[in-house]
Design a protein around this ligand. Structure first.
Ligand code: AMP
Length: 425
């Protein structure tokens, strides 16, 4: 049996690992830690929820020399992921003197500047805010020895690649780079060729079983006008405990939130228009109380929320890897999970595309509630349209504003680099 003892880690680090119940290294940790501790650059392709945060934090903390300058920079695509990585970093640093600064858009820059002035050994942040702070000369990386690029494919997807290159260009040439990505698009490989030296390529899981094995996948066909009714039928017919419902747009997410609240469910909501502090509260509410989290793709990556039984794709993503990341929110660390998608007749081809690319079977199911198309209902009450996704009918009937709208108003006009990239999410 593998154990963390075999890596000759510092006593305090071993103790911190015990404290958070990391009893033995996961596969990605077993493959990455020894190579990274030899000082080599690594490119790691691993699916979500496999323990990759520990795979880069353990070697960094082991090798950390705290001399008052930033020693490690960890760049992540989303604020939620930044917060999550910082929690693990805090736990693993335990009683040591080294500190962590967490920087991301949508929160007070002054608080983050104060944190940077306290000489953290590790900085964790999203690209836009990192650049703002570099340009203000509050973040200096001239002594940095480690760079981690986490969820590199999502950074690419969100348009952060130029920012990432800018950040790398401002760092010392001599440094150890660790790149983590669930998929390896050509652009990511190009980036690694440009900025990494003889990197070791580490794969966890084979290419054709990107998604966790314990998830069962199903879909049903619904007309666009009846998608909400279809979703409610699915919820009524299945014993869902903690579930995430993904929508393609913020507007649909707001709508679904309101529909579910109206139905008496306890619901949390996160998307790019919700103020950061509110997003954190909403996530906390989902962790502790709410049955449903309605989310856009921003939440599809990296979030580690235990006990999620079901993922509902209210809108099916066109890209297979986005499907994989969404459904990867359930069945973390080997638990069972179910993924259910609602597709319009025109979207069935996306299902087949996902099946082929990811090598899974997505079962077609007929809900007992039947095909809502054939029953009488007022479509004007329950209509979601495509394209720019005007939501009519329900919203008109429903005066409730919900957290999202209030916070959007409070947040109106706010933009920064990270935010503007996130507008679509
Ligand atoms: P990550 O992929 O880093 O987000 O980790 C996924 C989940 O696995 C998190 O809940 C971690 O706390 C947990 N985890 C990571 N490494 C270990 C380990 N060695 N032993 C037990 N749990 C772990």
């Amino acid at each position: 049996m593998a154990s963390f003892e075999q890596y000759n880690l510092k006593k305090e680090l071993l103790q911190s690992l015990k404290n958070i119940n990391f009893d033995e290294p996961t596969e990605v940790q077993q493959k990455t830690i020894p190579i990274a501790m030899n000082g080599r650059d690594v490119i790691v392709r691993s699916k979500t929820g496999t323990g990759k945060t520990g795979a880069f934090l353990v070697p960094i903390i082991q090798m950390l020399e705290h001399g008052g300058a930033v020693s490690a920079l960890i760049v992540v695509p989303t604020r939620e992921l930044a917060i999550q990585v910082s929690h693990v970093a805090h736990s693993l640093l335990g009683g040591t003197k080294a500190s962590v600064a967490l920087v991301y858009g949508g929160a007070s820059i002054n608080v983050q500047i104060d944190a940077l002035r306290r000489n953290p050994a590790i900085v964790i942040g999203t690209p836009g805010r990192l650049i703002d702070l570099m340009e203000r000369k509050e973040l200096r990386l001239s002594k940095a020895k480690f760079l981690v690029l986490d969820e590199a494919d999502l950074m690419l997807d969100l348009g952060f690649m130029d920012d990432v290159e800018f950040i790398i260009s401002r760092m010392p040439r001599e440094k150890q780079v660790m790149l983590f990505s669930a998929t390896m698009p050509a652009k990511i490989l190009g980036l690694s060729k440009k900025y990494m030296r003889n990197a070791d390529f580490i794969e966890v899981g084979s290419n054709d079983e990107l998604t966790v094995d314990t998830i069962s996948h199903s879909y049903t066909v619904s007309s666009r006008a009846h998608k909400i009714e279809t979703m409610l039928n699915y919820i009524a017919e299945n014993n869902l405990t903690k579930s995430i419902i993904f929508s393609a747009t913020k507007r649909n997410a707001d709508l679904l939130y309101n529909v579910l609240v109206d139905q008496g469910f306890r619901v949390a909501l996160i998307h790019g228009n919700i103020r950061q502090s509110q997003r954190e509260k909403n996530l906390q509410d989902f962790r502790k109380n709410a049955q449903f989290l309605v989310a856009t793709n921003v939440a599809a990556r990296g979030l580690d929320i235990g006990g999620i039984s079901d993922i509902i794709n209210f809108d099916i993503p066109e890209e297979p890897y986005i499907y994989v990341h969404r459904v990867g929110r359930s069945a973390r660390m080997g638990a069972d999970g179910k993924a259910f998608s609602i597709v319009t007749p025109e979207e069935i081809r996306h299902i087949h595309n996902i099946e082929d690319s990811v090598n899974i079977k997505i079962e077609k199911v007929q809900l007992k509630g039947g095909d809502p198309e054939t029953r009488r209902s007022d479509p004007a009450d329950l209509r979601v349209s495509s394209g720019k996704d005007r939501v009519r009918g329900y919203a008109k009937r429903n005066n409730r504003t919900g957290n999202s709208r209030n916070s959007r108003e409070r947040h109106h006009g706010y933009r920064n680099r990270d935010h503007s990239r996130m507008q679509a999410y």
